[in-house]
Design a protein around this ligand. Structure first.
Ligand code: AP5
Ligand code: MG
Length: 209
């Protein structure tokens, strides 16, 4: 099954993906994660990407699209988290034949509060929230024991920019996939367990067909 998780910054795309990966064995392909890995390499390209991410802007369509295409090659089941984010990216990957787009719908006021408490492990693979999804041991990742840190683009002024871009570039994808008849909307305002239960139900229903 090929799934896209669509939603504003902080809607829970990463959190839901981690659980889907565990329950259904889908590969989790996070555009943000792939880009942050490039930044960690410290290459010229990585440095350029870092500047864009830290301003809250979007990395050029062709670059992200190529990265994603490479990553999904040969994979039968995957979750795309944070991709596509523009109509151009969606059109350039139409051949992936996506089965389901889950739109995590949540008001901006709710997600804003999630950012201050967000922590990620040093590998970037596992996400937490100090209040809503705390690690078992303070400051340490449950899965790999690395230190929990804050993302550099989680500063209030950058979050504001990420939302601005989301409304302009990404929101039109909701109608785009609605028209294709593959969009399912999930209320992403409740706690992480409830949101995931709703997502899981949607995935299981499609699997039965
Ligand atoms: P990316 O890393 O994808 O960031 P984003 O879309 O802004 O989304 P986030 O990762 O911030 O949030 P999320 O929805 O994953 O929520 P999470 O599960 O962490 O992209 C970063 C940057 O890379 C972009 O700004 C751009 O520069 C670049 N980029 C990426 N993709 C690109 C593309 N396709 N094209 C061009 N550029 C691209 O949850 C957030 C917090 O809330 C966590 O602390 C979590 O524990 C907590 N939480 C989760 N669910 C709940 C809940 N139900 N209740 C309470 N708390 C919750
Ligand atoms: Mg994420």
């Amino acid at each position: 099954m090929k799934i896209i998780l669509l939603g504003p910054p902080g809607s829970g795309k990463g959190t839901v993906s981690e659980k889907l990966e565990k329950d259904f064995n889908f590969a989790h392909v996070s555009a943000g994660e792939l880009l942050r890995e490039e930044v960690k390499k410290g290459t010229t390209l990585g440095k350029d990407i870092q500047k864009i991410i830290e301003k809250g802007n979007l990395v050029p369509d062709n670059l992200v699209t190529e990265l994603i295409k490479l990553e999904v090659t040969g994979k039968k089941s995957f979750i795309l988290d944070g991709f596509p984010r523009t109509l151009k990216q969606a059109e350039a990957t139409a051949e992936l034949n996506i089965n389901l787009v889950i739109y995590l719908e949540v008001p901006e006021e709710i997600v804003i509060e999630r950012f201050s408490g967000r922590r990620v492990c040093s590998t970037g693979e596992h996400g937490y929230h100090l209040k809503y999804l705390p690690p078992k041991k303070e400051g340490v990742c449950d899965h790999d024991g690395t230190k929990l840190v804050q993302r550099k683009d989680d500063r209030p002024e950058v979050i504001k920019e990420r939302f601005k871009i989301y409304h302009k570039e990404t929101q039109p994808l909701i109608d785009y996939y609605k028209q294709k008849g593959i969009l399912k909307t999930v209320d992403a305002s409740p706690n992480p367990e409830k949101v995931y239960a709703a997502v899981k139900k949607v995935v299981q229903e499609l699997k039965k067909k």
